[in-house]
Design a protein around this ligand. Structure first.
Ligand SMILES: Cc1ncc(COP(=O)(O)O)c(C=O)c1O
Length: 415
């Protein structure tokens, strides 16, 4: 496992930690929302805007070519990161949400109809849920939810009952942003292929790609989406992976410059993937952060990152499960993502978050873009502490100790 001396070295790379002083600590436990950035990533973007900035794909001049090189280099890095077959299978988007919307518009609206079923889990982030609600409403396809058991897992029976020949799309998270549950998407997709060979499988990897090795070929998914900003890279650097035949069978999402082949007065022809899905001037600055973030994660090792984050979660879970005024919502056992979601008896999550913030601890409070999941537990919101490789066990301790501050200020007494 990563040693505390290694974590100390890693922390030196993260400028935001300079904000943390003895008098005014800053413990960032909201990496599931967005991660902080190492200086290497910030320097790459600085370098791009200082010395490599030009209109990508269009010019014959030096800086345009430099920008194209940065952009296409990022595509190559992402291809290798997720084990895709070719760079053509990597479409840059703003984020996971945009990737899912692209699929909803370009595949869902075009291919689904009444009688078809879209299978998704109750754990989905709204990005992988509201999008399919829209498609269902427009096409007449039906949404079918996979529910979870007390272990916060989708039971095999649920999968075998709900994925049927009528299933035309499986839209599933690889790691829940609320529960930390990591469904066995590979087995689910294999089952889908057996019972409905023409169906497509979309995997939401927003919370998985930053924390564990991903191999899209091994998963055999048709599409995979994630957000660079949740894995040390910049906001605006999102990825949609698609098997090439799937992508080239889809019409473009947005129309305009840089995605066309020929344009006539009355019609146009379009580039093949990925160009046809990247209309307009792309966010090369954001893309420039991806190879550096990927190198950074790979240098530590995603297996080691997952192991270390699990250690932090196990520690928090063990301590918090002794507290009878706290209900833990997230998954009780490993494997699980790097987060713990909980509620204080009789205290609103916003109060918990505000009190912790007064002690320099940043957690998330609210519904975490998963209202149906919260409603299925009979609640509306929760608190979430999420961890990354730059967190320490001492920070987790500080967080746990300060739960007493919540008790004190809310008049709950000490435990
Ligand atoms: C599981 C999951 N999917 C999708 C998203 C959407 O990501 P973004 O807001 O970067 O598009 C998130 C963001 O929190 C998420 O946790």
């Amino acid at each position: 496992m990563l040693q505390s001396s290694e974590i100390r070295e890693i922390r030196k790379d993260f400028p935001f930690l300079e904000l943390s002083t003895k008098e005014k600590p800053l413990v960032y436990l909201d990496s599931a929302a967005t991660t902080q950035k190492p200086r290497q990533v910030i320097e790459a973007m600085n370098r791009y805007y200082s010395y490599e900035n030009g209109g990508p794909h269009r010019g014959a001049h030096r800086l345009s070519m430099a920008a194209t090189e940065v952009y296409e280099g990022a595509r190559e890095a992402v291809k290798n990161f997720i084990g895709a077959n070719s760079v053509e299978e990597i479409v840059f988007t703003r984020n996971a949400t945009e990737g899912l919307n692209l699929l909803a518009y370009c595949w869902g609206l075009e291919n689904l109809k009444e009688g078809d079923e879209i299978v998704l889990s109750i754990m989905e982030h709204h990005a992988n849920l509201v999008t399919w609600q829209y498609v269902a409403e427009k096409t007449g396809a039906k949404l079918v939810y996979l529910y979870i058991d007390e272990n916060k897992e989708i039971p095999k029976k649920e999968i075998e009952e709900k994925i049927t020949a009528k299933t035309k799309l499986l839209a599933i998270t690889q790691s829940s942003n609320v529960l930390g549950t990591m469904p066995d998407v590979k087995t689910m997709i294999a089952y889908l292929r057996k019972v409905s060979p023409d169906a497509k499988a979309v995997v939401d990897g927003a919370q998985a790609a930053p924390h564990m090795p991903v191999d899209v070929k091994d998963l055999d998914c048709d599409f995979y989406v994630f957000s660079g900003h949740k894995m040390l890279a910049a906001m605006g650097a999102g990825v949609l992976y698609g098997k090439l035949d799937n992508l080239n069978a889809m019409k473009p999402y947005m129309y305009g410059g840089d995605m066309i082949e020929y344009v006539y007065e009355d019609h146009s022809t379009f580039l093949k993937a990925p160009g046809r899905f990247e209309a307009g001037t792309q966010d090369v600055g954001a893309a420039s952060s991806l190879p550096v973030a990927i190198d950074y994660l790979n240098a530590i090792g995603l297996d080691k990152i997952h192991e270390y984050e699990s250690y932090l979660v196990d520690y928090a879970y063990d301590a918090m499960s002794q507290m009878d005024d706290i209900t833990i919502l997230s998954r009780p056992t490993n494997p699980r993502g790097g987060l713990i979601t909980f509620n204080f008896k009789d205290v609103h999550p916003h109060d918990v978050a505000s009190i912790l913030d007064s002690k320099g601890i940043a957690i998330r409070s609210g519904h975490h873009c998963a209202q149906p999941l919260h409603r299925s537990f009979g609640i509306h919101f929760s608190c979430r502490a999420s961890f990354a490789v730059y967190n320490t066990i001492e920070e987790v301790d500080y967080f746990i100790k300060n739960l007493d501050e919540v008790r004190r200020l809310m008049g709950l007494g000490t435990r």
